[in-house]
Design a protein around this ligand. Structure first.
Ligand SMILES: Cc1cc2nc3c(=O)[nH]c(=O)nc-3n(C[C@H](O)[C@H](O)[C@H](O)COP(=O)(O)OP(=O)(O)OC[C@H]3O[C@@H](n4cnc5c(N)ncnc54)[C@H](O)[C@@H]3O)c2cc1C
Length: 435
């Protein structure tokens, strides 16, 4: 039986990843009464593999295994997937959004002043990333340091915990924006799994959620769905507001790895901030970057690729990420999610893996092998111009979507900065919108 909430809000935001946290923060800063409902836990991040696994490796919750044995990952926790991401910031493709009448530049200009966003200082670029950068540049590739959402003064050389949830406050995560929203009066309910939208007289009026084993209703003037590229279309389907299962992109990745024997003795490698630098072929939808991962993850990749002989080589293995812009396809089902590579996707991988091999060989690496593909950017499942309009509103008045779902086309970029900009823009739009 459901208990109606006595609280009433201007806006309910479902999910606290970059999209949700940004819109909630902007609304709260403008004086709106905001409730944030988050399925995951608000326990402090401790940077352990165990905590990360609970957020992102439980099958059907944070991890989805497709028919072709590839893995898709998201994090169910306060701050969403930003808690475990690699902290790389990339500017949104302006033309893609301009085609829908969306100018993200004003929001981006504000965010640039608000976020810790810059390339890592040389002192924080690990020995493996530096070795890869040197080899790529020797091949005349345009290999540049990438913008990171990291506070260098709190970041430690020789640490990899940004990947499992930085416990030192060095990495920016959407939790920072959630905290700020709360300081401006927003209410946070963690461990609240929203199960459906409430719609009355054709208008969104709230949500129903499972909280501590009880069903509870929350009501508001409007609802912003920000449950991510998988969670949001699922919630629309569960509420009978989406006619068929959504298709999506996932920006699949392969890690290309090879060992060297001559890393500096004082710093053998294997523990560094990933994606310190890289290069992209944006017309072709291919991007490369250094990708040093914690030992357990490296070993999982080596095992999956059948390279038992490389299991003990983690601290000597240079690793390059090849990420491609995949076609939109597959299905977000209510219990499972599935997507397989198309021939065009495979061609991109073949080309990117070839470039990565060339860099590793130039760096003097041997025993080069590639992992199976995996993915971490589900999105494009409720696209602008399809399921939402340029103001991110669905066909149901009062119901908005603000997360990676709304990205209007195949993507291939780190999405976080774009989602923060979309959230800020929506927050401003709703703050000035009395309806
Ligand atoms: C390993 C890895 C590395 C990455 N590296 C980068 C990077 O370097 N740069 C970059 O820009 N991006 C990176 N990403 C991707 C990026 O973090 C995500 O694209 C981004 O977080 C998506 O934001 P979102 O708001 O759409 O969804 P999410 O961040 O997934 O947030 C969705 C939120 O909704 C909650 N939720 C879901 N369902 C419900 C429900 N029913 N009820 C209540 N709450 C719900 C979830 O718990 C979560 O908090 C990486 C991702 C991974 C996995």
């Amino acid at each position: 039986m459901s208990t109606p909430s006595r609280s009433s809000f201007d806006t309910i935001v479902v999910g606290t990843g970059p999209g949700g946290a940004s819109v909630a923060r902007e609304l709260a800063r403008n004086g709106a009464k905001v409730a944030m409902l988050e399925q995951g836990s608000a326990a402090p991040l401790n940077g352990t593999l165990g905590q990360m696994a609970a957020m992102a490796a439980v099958p059907g919750k944070g991890a989805f295994i497709h028919r072709d044995a590839s893995l898709l990952v998201r994090a169910i926790t306060l701050g969403g997937t930003s808690t475990i991401n690699f902290a790389t910031a990339a500017a949104p493709p302006a033309a893609m959004f301009a085609a829908h009448g969306i100018d993200l530049e004003p929001a981006l200009a504000e965010l640039r002043a608000e976020l810790p966003m810059a390339p890592l200082p040389d002192a924080l670029v690990g020995p493996m990333a530096a070795r890869i950068m040197e080899a790529a540049r020797a091949l005349s590739l345009d290999w540049r340091k990438l913008d990171k959402l990291i506070r260098p003064e709190a970041c430690r050389r020789g640490c990899w915990r940004c990947v499992t949830g930085c416990p030192f406050g060095a990495k920016w995560t959407a939790r920072d924006f959630v905290d700020e929203a709360c300081r401006h009066g927003a209410v946070l309910q963690a461990d609240a799994r929203v199960t459906r939208m409430l719609v009355e007289d054709g208008r969104a009026v709230g949500v129903e959620a499972q909280v501590g084993g009880a069903t509870r209703q929350w009501r508001a003037g409007r609802v912003v769905l920000a449950a991510g590229g998988i969670g949001s279309p699922r919630l629309l389907r569960a509420s009978q507001l989406l006619a068929r299962p959504a298709a999506f992109f996932s920006d699949p990745v392969v890690a290309v790895m090879g060992s060297v024997d001559d890393l500096p003795d004082d710093e053998p490698g294997g523990a560094e901030v990933p994606m310190a630098a890289g290069a992209s072929w944006s017309e072709d939808g291919i991007a490369l970057a250094d990708l040093t991962l914690p030992q357990a993850m490296y070993q999982a990749f080596a095992l999956q690729a059948g390279r038992v002989d490389r299991l003990l080589a983690h601290r000597r293995t240079l690793s390059i990420m090849v990420k491609i812009r995949d076609e939109i396809g597959g299905r977000v089902g209510q219990r499972w999610v599935d997507k397989t590579l198309q021939p065009a996707d495979r061609e991109k991988f073949d080309r990117g893996i070839g470039i990565a091999r060339g860099i590793l060989e130039r760096a003097g690496a041997r025993h080069v092998f590639a992992s199976h593909h995996f993915a971490a950017h589900p999105g494009g499942s409720l696209r602008i111009g399809d399921q939402v309009d340029g103001g991110l509103q669905t066909a149901t008045p009062g119901l908005y979507v603000c997360d990676a779902s709304v990205i209007p086309q195949p993507w291939g970029l780190p999405p976080t900065l774009t989602l923060l900009a979309l959230g800020k823009r929506l927050g401003k739009q709703l703050s000035g919108d009395a309806s």
